[in-house]
Design a protein around this ligand. Structure first.
Ligand SMILES: Nc1ncnc2c1ncn2[C@@H]1O[C@H](COP(=O)(O)OS(=O)(=O)O)[C@@H](OP(=O)(O)O)[C@H]1O
Ligand SMILES: Nc1ncnc2c1ncn2[C@@H]1O[C@H](COP(=O)(O)OP(=O)(O)O)[C@@H](O)[C@H]1O
Length: 409
């Protein structure tokens, strides 16, 4: 018997899944095929002519064995089974087909406010509704009240709660409901924003309609004011060959930051991480990637709460470094890639731990720079070559941009 097929969609796809299952995306009942997604993008209709504004797709890597006819259990990141996808098409890196709920318990902030369209329509009991979709606070409640009165409609607030800022949008809706009073209805909808504003608005129209609204007013776009840089999360991520000076400079940076005293520091040195967080991992590509993802995860958690994390692994693969950058940026923090670009010849000359000599002698397999690749970053924010400069100079060349950028006072 083969193992049951399963997959964990990303945050955006999980939000779409919830809307497919709740009926908010009616008439859609599943993820689109590449042909449907293409037709939607080209002419705003599915391949069969049904009008629909935005692609609703599920990416599945080519190597995933799911084929048409298979049933794939879709799980949330914690492993809870959410739905079953019956695959009807697999092309263009997508898996298409209808989804059925598995009735997993709902959780997450304000889960109790995620009413389905059917529940809201029942609460409306035939009354007209003016839906107001929100991605931030409402600035003109009078306009809403006036429009609702004119239409003789109940106001239905639909906070579009997606991602880190989702709970704040629901809080803004609760506040607006308090001010609007009467029998204002509220349902939190996990609709992820679309890049194209016109498409986003059309999709909001369709969702409002599914919730039984006769009219739809889109709320104002949120003004996102990022906090001052010295209060923002920051990850200073060093990368470079063994012996390039990552640990020495990263340690010097940590100490300089602690001496200034304006920020606390989470320090994740490559060697230290390998004794604890990544104990047992080796130096195959898979193990290195896992090591870097773990470092990225911890650094992003520190940065999520406004902390400053300094990491100094070799991190030889560009794609994995990019993943960490994305993880950090996803929590609203900043990511600075520091390439310690000391040339291999100098690192080998230093050979502080005698590892290069052993690697050259074939005693250490897969040694970075000798028998395992180091992909030079093309997206480094700071580049330093520590050849012939002092440790202080090297530390300053990282600390100064942090001060200039306002991250450190
Ligand atoms: N095969 C091989 N390749 C590279 N490095 C090796 C290897 N085997 C052991 N070491 C020692 O492990 C340190 C690098 O670990 P990292 O966790 O930073 O590496 S990676 O980012 O996961 O690639 C590295 O330490 P640094 O010199 O501080 O970089 C080496 O001392
Ligand atoms: N300007 C400099 N910055 C950092 N390290 C330097 C510098 N000049 C010489 N070195 C020496 O280079 C070696 C770098 O080793 P290390 O910091 O452990 O590198 P990595 O962590 O990249 O393996 C240390 O012995 C350090 O004293």
């Amino acid at each position: 018997m083969t193992a049951p097929l399963e997959w964990t969609p990303d945050a955006r796809e999980l939000a779409d899944l919830e809307l497919l299952l709740s009926g908010a995306y009616q008439p859609l009942t599943g993820f689109m095929s590449a042909a449907d997604a293409h037709a939607v993008e080209e002419h705003g209709t599915l391949a069969d002519g049904t009008s629909w504004p935005a692609p609703v797709t599920l990416a599945l890597p080519e190597e995933h064995p799911a084929a048409p006819g298979d049933r794939v259990t879709l799980r949330d990141p914690e492993g809870a089974p959410l739905a079953v996808l019956t695959v009807t098409d697999r092309s263009g890196g997508l898996a298409a087909g209808p989804v059925e709920a598995l009735g997993a318990a709902e959780h997450g902030p304000f889960a109790r406010l995620r009413r389905t369209p059917a529940e809201v329509r029942e609460a409306l009991a035939g009354r007209e509704a003016l839906a107001v979709t929100m991605r931030g606070p409402l600035d003109d409640l009078e306009e809403i009240t006036a429009t609702a009165e004119e239409l003789e409609a109940v106001v239905l607030l639909l906070p579009l709660a997606f991602g880190e800022g989702g709970p704040a949008v629901v809080r803004a809706a609760l506040k607006a409901r308090e001010k609007l009073g009467g029998d204002t209805l509220l349902a939190a909808v996990p609709l992820a924003p679309r890049d194209d504003h016109a498409v986003d608005l059309e999709l909001r129209d369709r969702v409002a309609e599914a919730y039984g609204a006769a009219e739809h007013l889109p709320g104002p776009e949120p003004v996102t004011l990022p906090g001052p840089p010295h209060r923002r999360g920051l990850v200073a991520f060093f990368t470079g060959l063994s012996g390039s000076g990552k640990s020495t400079v990263a340690r010097g940076l940590r100490d300089a930051l602690l001496e200034r005293g304006s920020r606390t520091v989470t320090y994740l040195d490559g060697d230290v991480v390998r004794h604890l967080l990544s104990a047992g991992l080796g130096f195959s590509r898979e193990d290195r990637d896992l090591n870097i993802r773990r470092i990225g995860f911890v650094a992003a958690e520190a940065a999520r709460h406004g902390g400053l994390a300094v990491c100094a692994p070799i991190a030889p693969f560009a794609a994995t470094r990019a993943e960490v950058r994305a993880m950090v940026e996803a929590v609203g923090a900043d990511f600075l890639l520091v390439h310690v670009a000391t040339p291999l010849a100098e690192c080998e000359r230093r050979d502080r731990k005698g590892l290069y000599a052993k690697a050259r002698a074939g005693l250490i397999p897969e040694f970075t720079g000798i028998s395992s690749p180091y992909e030079e970053p093309e997206d480094a924010d700071i580049v330093i070559d520590t050849t012939g400069i002092s440790v202080e100079e090297a530390v300053d060349s990282v600390l100064n941009p942090l001060i200039q950028g306002g991250w450190v006072r």
